[in-house]
Design a protein around this ligand. Structure first.
Ligand code: SF4
Ligand code: SF4
Length: 103
């Protein structure tokens, strides 16, 4: 399988690893990945007692609807550039990445 690669100015070949999955069972909703992602891929949401997603308007919890815990979601996977910054900073190893197949 051929995968999408980039040749850096140094001549080094770099293979972007695009975000594929996020394990919400392990996620503690710390928001670190959100802060390092420059591409607007990720979104923090609440999960209520029934396991339903509850939108969070801001990082201020005061007027949010009721939720049991906060977890990160991959809201705009199409924006990912495969830098893996989210994965590197995640303390719970929630992320799975993969290269993009070109053929
Ligand atoms: S790999 Fe980079 S661009 Fe993609 S979600 Fe993670 S931090 Fe954002
Ligand atoms: S850094 Fe990891 S544990 Fe923290 S919100 Fe992101 S995915 Fe969840």
């Amino acid at each position: 399988m051929d995968v999408f690669k980039i040749i850096l100015p140094s001549g080094e070949v770099w293979t972007p690893q695009f975000v594929e999955k996020l394990n919400q069972e392990k996620c503690i909703g710390c928001g670190r990945c959100f802060k390092v992602c420059s591409r607007d891929v990720l979104q923090l949401v609440g999960i209520d007692a029934d396991g339903e997603v509850v939108a969070l308007d801001s990082e201020d919890d005061d007027d949010d609807e009721e939720y049991e815990k906060k977890v990160m979601t991959i809201a705009h996977q199409e924006n990912c550039i495969g830098c893996m910054a989210c994965s590197k900073i995640c303390p719970k190893k929630c992320y799975t990445h993969s290269p993009m197949a070109t053929s």
